[in-house]
Write a protein that binds this ligand. Sequence first.
Ligand code: ZN
Ligand code: ZN
Length: 377
Amino acid sequence: MQHIAPRVKFRRNSKLLEVDEIFYMQAIIYHANKDIRLEDIAEPTPGPGEAKIRITGTSICATDVEEWQYGPLWVQHGSPNALTGKQTPLVLGHETAGTVHEIGEGVGNVSVGDRVAINTVLTCGSCFWCTRGQQSVCPSMAVAGFMADGGLAEFMVWPADKLVPMPYSISDAEGPLLEPTSVAVHAVRRSGVRPGDNVAIVGCGTVGLLTLQAFKAAGARVIAIDVREQSLTLAKEFGADEVLNSCNEEITATQVLELTGGVGPDIVVETAGVKETPRMAIEWTRRGGTTLLLGIYSTTPEINFNDVVGPEITIIGSVATSPGDLEAAVELVGSGKINVKPLISRIVPLSRAIEDGFKRMLDPNKDIYRIVIQPGS
Ligand SMILES: [Zn+2]
Ligand SMILES: [Zn+2]
């Protein structure tokens, strides 16, 4: 049941006899497994170095739905996060963008009214990995929507140095897609791709289709592979040089070889995250090539490691982002080199996020890439 609270409450400070206003906002709160709620909570206030952002869009990611159905897996629960001091109940949402509404003490890099993309990854800055530039594997990493209050709300407070100015060529609805784009950019950077390389992408969901475009922007020739015709049509629209329906694995394996002069792709990217696909990705990679694993696996894939040792395959894992990846995503989307618009399947107001967003994402026959939640829409 929705908890009904007045939008504005007044509390009288007895000592100073000053009126202290508490504003309330709507938010989607993660309480526990299968328990997410639309609630009215107090608006957050920015501390020193922080900005309060009026959220203009937050997209629902498959990870959010997995946390709701099977979690808490990543969501901080049971003890507070070392970096943020937060734990459940938490506001969900890690793919988010907005407009700066208020700034805390000492903030100089953004001003009220600036449109911003939000780098939702916080790292400690002082550990072994952070000091060596490998922030994406900081053991203390804290992500908005998992270890801190995220963007499925009217407002969010976040360190101002994690905000990246967003040009007007990126619309409010497109803003949240910058986060999965930064994940794609990170993967492409980790792959070590060179112009002219043959790249095959196994799995053309949102991240797969963004990775495809990021590889095209890096000068690669891309073969997109999926079992869903709709995804392959989009892949073509996004510039894939070849598309293959992989419903028959043997036929696909032959086609991949044929399309690469009998050699195999230099890089095969696995984004589907299902049991069979990492094995396929490794088998399809050319001798001496690279397999890039980008999926999150809910079942344990079976791999014959002789298929890695014999052909000297390099396997690279990629998760989250490093400094500079979101800035690159803003540049690529803002300049039109990456198109996120067709990946916005629908726009839903915050008040309907559970009914028309999360529940819709559960449908196994869904033809949905991203649902964007907009407060006040
Ligand atoms: Zn996501
Ligand atoms: Zn660290």
